[in-house]
Ligand binder design. Structure first.
Ligand SMILES: [Zn+2]
Length: 303
């Protein structure tokens, strides 16, 4: 019996260290497998994200939860699913169509060839690295501003209203907050005419990384916590204590936080309560869309 529990403890320990690189690798293998089979690159990226991101991370949240009490209720799942579909899937799709048709047309009519500013002939992984670093630099300052300027905070507060973290509540953003984010880390690359192959691969990494950042899986990243903005760092960003939460703004990478002095990962304690001190903040979809326009509802986090 004791041997069995020792094996379980060891197996769990191995899983905590391997689940992140393992799931990310499976996602990339599915993407490349489908793409090399001749499937459209964007369809390949969706399938890879759904199998590795949605399927495997949901599985590991059930078998290897970080906190059992963070497992979502039916009503949490319903609201977060609505946010995910409307704000994380439909909104970026509509904005990318709009920027491709309207903005690219506008630049073309004015003879502005912005495509010349992107290194299209660089290897695909170098292009991805440039996207991650430059997009994250803009996202870092937008995110930091959203935690310090009352106007932006009112919209960003929707994302911080959750009391538990699990992958699906990655979708819980106010549409205006999400639009500003897309202007930092997605639309510039479409306007610069980055190729479909690069955008599709970026999308696989972007999505699986995002799901992991919010996941309720007992993931350990070790020294990678100085490079990747993973769940161990991001949980502190959702703390009710603003001395803890006004840190770790990075989306993909944490290096901008290290450089600009907002890195926070204490070794000797775990995060306690998440969300606001105000536990009466509305939690339904429609009320959260209206919440930024109700004065004083969310100021506690800024005081
Ligand atoms: Zn935030």
């Amino acid at each position: 019996m004791e041997n069995n529990s020792l094996v379980n403890v060891k197996f769990r320990e191995i899983l905590t260290w391997t689940v992140y690189p393992g799931v990310m690798s499976i996602g990339l293998m599915i993407y490349y497998g489908l793409k090399n089979y001749g499937i459209n690159v964007f369809l390949s990226s969706y399938v890879a994200t759904i199998i590795a991101g949605v399927g495997l991370i949901t599985f590991f949240e059930l078998v290897l939860p970080y906190r059992k009490e963070w497992l979502p209720s039916r009503s949490d799942i319903g609201t977060d699913f609505l946010f995910m579909m409307l704000v994380q899937v439909l909104l970026p799709y509509l904005l990318s169509i709009l920027s491709m048709s309207w903005l690219l047309g506008f630049f073309k009519n004015n003879n502005w060839n912005l495509a010349d500013f992107w290194p299209h002939n660089y290897p695909i992984w170098i292009q991805i690295l440039i996207m991650i670093l430059s997009g994250d630099f803009l996202r870092y300052w937008l995110h930091r501003a959203a935690h310090t300027w009352t106007f932006l905070w009112r919209f960003h507060a929707v994302h911080h209203s959750v009391h538990k973290l699990y992958w699906l509540n990655l979708g819980r953003f106010h549409p205006l907050d999400r639009t500003l984010q897309l202007f930092c880390d997605a639309l510039p690359f479409i306007i610069l005419s980055v190729s479909k192959e690069v955008l599709a691969l970026y999308s696989v990494i972007y999505s699986i990384k995002g799901f992991f950042q919010h996941c309720n899986v007992d993931v350990k990243l070790g020294w990678l916590n100085y490079i990747i903005s993973g769940p161990e760092l991001h949980r502190w960003h959702h703390s009710t204590n603003i001395n803890e939460s006004n840190n770790n703004y990075g989306n993909h990478t944490i290096i901008w936080d290290i450089l600009f002095g907002t890195y926070f990962l204490p070794k000797d304690k775990n995060v306690c309560e998440l969300g606001f001190l105000n536990r009466n903040y509305p939690m339904s979809f429609l009320k959260q869309i209206q919440a930024p326009f109700i004065k004083g509802i969310d100021t506690v986090q800024l005081e």
